[in-house]
Design a protein around this ligand. Structure first.
Ligand code: GAR
Length: 333
């Protein structure tokens, strides 16, 4: 087992993702998430429990456990204003992610968009079945063999974002919505903490980051993958005469970064990027000397649209004119 001396503990604490949990009710999921966060090597910590209901049971528990709480009633406020207050509190607490745990408010589209990819929800059904309310009664009524719970990424469409994980719960012949709901809760308490941990760890998981880069790189015309000096790279053109437009670098040469290396226009641009945005860019060993910049992927707010733009730009800079013409023509429509 690794040494858990004070230095290691401090190091681990620094690396934990910070989550704000939004609740409206009893907060049993919040409690499960909280106690999981107190286990050794947990991937996240709760920095705030926020609610739209002053009497939400979970608030008291959070306070008892020394977690900051925030209450802002939705009554008498527009959705946008209420969302803005909740968002401000989460930001103030330093949250990287928002976790909805029985938060019975629909978020405004703008709010969901601003936190795209950084809000999770648990819903008490096996999505895509039974979005919305009364999920247990509907599953029993339909004669389903199983009910369950789903953890999904929140998007502007209700209960429709990518499903990350599900727990199945068998329905007994004499189940009521209450008895079934109680068992689904037990399953939720197992499912949610683990799904959150997996999700927030994605951003530092080289396998996950590489899969995303590869999907974007190989979606560009006439590209293929080839390893160069131990790093996976992507080339445009034929297997014989193709040119590299990107490399994936996993903490090479002690940099600590998992990064995408792409071509800049030259040393001026490279140094300018590194100096003005040191959290996003760095000058990689060896490749930096010929104008390749490292775009850091293992950070909580990595912007994948931006990463896709870099890949396309770098691809353009080495692709033969017959291919760039094609993509220019396609872009016009
Ligand atoms: C949970 O069962 C959760 O799935 C559900 O509210 C309950 C909250 O319980 N969420 C929704 O229905 C969201 N549409 P808790 O307050 O004890 O965690």
């Amino acid at each position: 087992m690794a040494d858990a001396g004070p230095d290691n503990v401090a190091q681990t604490a620094r690396n934990r993702a910070k989550i704000a949990v939004f609740i409206s009710g009893g907060g049993t999921n919040m409690a499960a998430i909280l106690y999981a966060s107190r286990l050794a090597d947990a991937a996240y910590e709760i920095v705030l429990v926020a609610s739209n209901m002053a009497d939400a049971g979970g608030l008291e528990l959070a306070q008892l456990e020394g977690i900051a709480t925030f209450v802002h009633s939705h009554k008498g406020h527009s959705r946008a204003n209420h969302d803005a207050a909740m968002e401000a509190a989460a930001k103030e607490a330093g949250a990287d992610y928002l976790v909805l745990a029985g938060y019975m408010r629909i978020l405004s589209d703008e709010f969901a968009q601003r936190w795209q990819g950084r809000i999770l929800n648990i819903h008490p059904s096996l999505l895509p079945k039974y979005k919305g309310l009364n999920t247990f009664a509907r599953a029993i009524e339909a004669g389903d063999s199983h009910a369950g719970a789903s953890v999904h990424v929140v998007t502007p469409d209700l209960d429709a974002g990518e499903v990350l994980a599900q727990a199945r719960v068998a329905i007994a012949r004499d189940d009521t919505a209450e008895t079934l709901g109680a068992r689904v809760k037990l399953a939720e308490h197992q499912l949610y903490p683990r799904s959150i941990a997996d999700y927030v760890s994605r951003g530092s998981d080289p396998g996950h980051l590489f899969a995303r880069v590869r999907e974007l790189a190989l979606a560009l015309p006439e590209t293929h993958e080839r390893t160069s000096h131990g790093s996976p790279g992507f080339r445009v053109g034929s297997e014989k005469t193709g040119k590299y437009f990107a490399y994936f670098s996993d903490r090479h040469h002690g940099s600590g970064h998992i990064a995408l290396l792409v071509k800049t226009s030259g040393m001026d641009e490279l140094l300018n990027l590194v100096e003005s945005q040191p959290d996003t860019y760095y000058k990689p060993a060896f490749y930096g000397a010929s104008g390749w910049v490292g775009v850091i992927l293992n950070r909580p707010d990595a912007d994948w649209d931006h990463i896709a733009e870099w890949l396309e730009r770098s691809w353009r800079s080495v692709a033969p004119a017959r291919l760039t013409k094609l993509i220019d023509a396609a872009d016009m429509f």
